[in-house]
Design a protein around this ligand. Structure first.
Ligand SMILES: NC(=O)c1ccc[n+]([C@@H]2O[C@H](COP(=O)([O-])OP(=O)(O)OC[C@H]3O[C@@H](n4cnc5c(N)ncnc54)[C@H](O)[C@@H]3O)[C@@H](O)[C@H]2O)c1
Length: 333
């Protein structure tokens, strides 16, 4: 008798992970979500608990033992926001190294396919535009962002090693900026910052002159790309992002317009190592996966504004912790 396919999503209670869990459940998977809630929230997956879905509260840096055999392992567990780079540097390095190792070991033992959620940050402050997958990047490993960039570069190297030396069926998704409902309000990224400022009628703060560009994909486009990549036969990295570049100033304008806000714009100093430009080259994703982003930026931003507005009206004046635990205070240095 055939059984439902089973997928483990590490980091499944986070922003992207929760959308991925939701999509996998709706595609007929039995989904196991492993998360230590360091930056995720149980609220993100609460609506899945009465479906074919199981939540496991665990740190991926500890060995992962599951009684059920997995078919697919999506490894997303890692703090990922710019705000986390200085707040959780050791946790980021350990999630990328030990966490990735544990997820690979589990996939190997189960004979499962493995997908690493890597990042466009492996390209650092790129000297090539747009960035194809064979561009090796321009990373400052000593800078504040270096913990994240290098953790993901190491995770990619480890994944390729398991592929080459253990014949593990692996995938590497290089994810570019993604936005949508369930982003953390204190995420530190431009879209949630602007939306919250606009909804509160506060000025939108632009770092630098706002001419730096970003390319944003809506989370539904990304989860579609991740699932297609998992099902593909592609073991080389694949960029998943939206090649439409927008200046940060333009994004502020779109958000002010769509939220009906009367907010002004103020300019603040640019943070260290802030990439000037980031744009994916997605021909590999087009060719191999038949994938490209479909959700227009105005539509995705509108959904996101609506989610933040709903959330603000639900939480009211309640102090917002986003359901997150405090970072561990037992320094592992
Ligand atoms: N959001 C983006 O634009 C973006 C871009 C590139 C790559 N990514 C990658 O996608 C993944 C998800 O990112 P996100 O934006 O949803 O971030 P997020 O912080 O919302 O989600 C990460 C999840 O991983 C969990 N986690 C972190 N460390 C863990 C550990 N050691 N053990 C178990 N769980 C752990 C967190 O609690 C959280 O639920 C990350 O790997 C990130 O590097 C995201």
């Amino acid at each position: 008798m055939s059984r439902k396919p089973r997928a483990l999503v590490t980091g499944g209670a986070g922003f992207i992970g929760s959308h991925l869990c939701e999509r996998l459940v709706s595609e007929g998977y039995r989904v196991f979500c492993l998360d230590n809630l360091i930056t995720g929230s149980p609220e993100n997956v609460a609506h899945l608990l009465d479906r074919d879905f199981e939540f496991i509260e665990q740190d991926a840096i500890r060995p992962i033992n599951l009684s059920e055999k997995m078919d697919e392992v999506y490894h997303l567990a890692s703090p990922a926001s710019p705000a986390d780079f200085s707040r959780l540097p050791l946790e980021i390095l350990e999630a990328g190294s030990l966490g990735t190792k544990n997820a690979l070991v589990l996939a190997q033992a189960a004979g499962a396919r493995f997908l690493l959620a890597s990042t466009s940050e492996v390209y650092g402050d790129p000297l090539v535009h747009p960035q194809p997958e064979d561009y090796r990047g321009n990373v400052n490993q000593l800078g504040v962002r270096g913990v994240y960039d290098e953790a993901k570069r190491y995770a990619e190297a480890l994944t390729m090693t398991y592929h080459r030396h253990h014949a593990l069926d692996t995938r590497i998704a290089r994810i570019f900026n993604t936005y949508g409902p369930r982003m953390r309000p204190d995420d530190g990224r431009v879209i949630p910052n602007f939306i919250q400022q606009a909804l509160a009628g506060k000025p939108l703060s632009i770092y630098g002159e706002g001419t730096q560009t970003r390319s944003f994909q809506y989370v539904d486009d990304l989860t579609c790309g991740l699932i297609r990549l998992m099902k593909s036969g592609e073991s080389h990295p694949v960029n998943l992002g939206n090649p439409q570049e927008l200046a940060v100033r333009e994004i502020a304008g779109i958000i002010i317009k769509l939220s009906g806000s009367k907010s002004d714009i103020i300019y603040e100093p640019l943070p260290e190592d802030d990439p000037r430009r980031r744009c994916p080259e997605i021909s590999r994703a087009r060719e191999v996966l038949g994938w490209e982003p479909r959700v227009p930026v105005e539509v995705g931003i509108k959904h996101t504004i609506e989610w933040f507005a709903r959330r603000a009206s639900l939480t009211g004046t309640r102090k917002d912790t986003g359901g997150r635990k405090k970072p561990h205070e037992d320094s592992r240095e």
